[in-house]
Design a protein around this ligand. Structure first.
Ligand SMILES: [Zn+2]
Length: 129
């Protein structure tokens, strides 16, 4: 990412700031960082953040999957929202959504699905892969 801070109309040179330290960048138009050190430290930080995000998301999904697997050892069952929450289920994390022809929406964590029912209950279904 780059942050242009102004355009010199006479020279047609874009003035940019180093995204790592904020220093003004002088030089070639495609130069993004003021130094190799800044480029390295910026890229390392960025990679670390995205790796952490992916790892945390994977952990959430894995946990949700285990909870569904534990509650639904056969192919089909019913459980309550309270029970899912008590086990640490996080409704924000699923891998796919399946909508039937009549508009019923199933949420899936890999092949373990859940369907909100009336009265804070959930149908749990296992899809054969
Ligand atoms: Zn810099």
């Amino acid at each position: 990412m780059e942050w242009p801070i102004g355009m010199n109309s006479k020279k047609k040179i874009m003035e940019k700031q180093c995204p790592e330290c904020g220093a003004r960048i002088v030089g070639r138009i495609d130069k993004k960082f003021c130094s190799d050190a800044c480029r390295n430290s910026y890229n390392n930080k960025f990679n670390k953040d995205s790796k952490n995000l992916i790892r945390n998301t994977n952990n959430r999904l894995r946990k949700n999957y285990r909870i569904l697997e534990t509650l639904n050892p056969d192919k089909k069952t019913k459980t309550s929202r309270a029970k899912l929450i008590e086990k640490g289920f996080d409704f924000n994390y699923f891998t796919s959504i399946y909508t039937t022809k009549v508009g019923t929406v199933y949420y899936f964590v890999y092949n373990q699905g859940y369907l909100p029912l009336e009265g804070d209950y959930y149908a749990l279904v296992k899809r054969e892969s």
